[in-house]
Write a protein that binds this ligand. Sequence first.
Ligand code: 13P
Ligand code: SF4
Length: 355
Amino acid sequence: MIQQINAITPLAEARAGLAEAFDLKFTDAVERETRPVFDRIRDRIPEVEWPFLAPLIFEINRLKREKDAVILAHNYQTPQIYYGVADIVGDSLQLAVEATRVEASVIVQCGVHFMAETSKLLNPSKTVLIPDSRAGCSLASSITAEDVRAMRAQYPGVPVVTYVNSSAAVKAETDVCCTSSNALKIVEAVEGDTVMMIPDQYLAQNTAKKTKKKIVTWAGACEVHETFTAGDIAELRAAYPGARIIAHPECPPEVIDVVDFAGSTAAMIDWVKSEKPARVVMVTECSMSDNVAAETEGVAFLRGCNICPHMKRINLENVLWSLHTGDEEVTVPEHLIAPARAAVERMIEMSARPS
Ligand code: 13P
Ligand code: SF4
């Protein structure tokens, strides 16, 4: 029996559409213009793929100029996005701060949906596009605005500090946001000796170890980082004697307790660049070591990572498709903009205070 497949994936749709709209040939001009990108990431991608990637990079960069667009990319994006087409890269805090400064008409967010929503909140007159709106986050989907209201009723007067990995609706119920790079600073800065820190139970537990304040949390977790265990770190230490091991604070405390450093994605990059360990394992999303390795000489990056399926929904094909079609535009309901924006802006202001 022949089975007919009717449902075509968005990527297949984008590829078919792209082939009609663009002449994606690996010409001499494409080869010349993309050569610096290739030289930087040649050890990070299979060389046979370059003739297919380079024309996409070339067209994306051309269309960005034509459409007055900039690309904001998170540190977990692939090297071809990070080095090939991104204008601004960074961790969640850096991307939020940079979003406030964008002057171009269009922001293409290469990251997950809450990051695009944050850009829209901070710069609402811009058109914000996400190449695949299904790029979610297990933390953002773990809690609703109603859950936050119920927590407030249970803990009257206790301030709510919400991780930016959350929806605009949840941010709108929040006193102030935080990211992994400023969580402790924000918790210390808010009033009172008890704080609700949601929705990441592990970021909350890791922060609680560094403050005298009482922290009440929520049962959310990052599906990428929650699976790492202290046993994994012990195995990595046995397999790679002498290698330094660093991790993201979304990992459980039993992991953070036994690694050499923990910090946001930007803090991990800075740590590797300043410490220059001979061998390092980055216990986080896999693209991190690819991206740092492409600009760090003399450090061997050993694997101990997981892939974030949401971050990996974004690829060169759908970035080009998004620029070409204007899909998918990210909007935030009017009534949520002011309160959600205030929570993020309060974070940016508190985070910039001298320590
Ligand atoms: P950073 O703010 O450290 O970049 O983290 C974002 C994220 O989603 C990590 O999983
Ligand atoms: Fe969310 Fe975890 Fe993916 Fe970050 S790595 S976007 S926290 S699921």
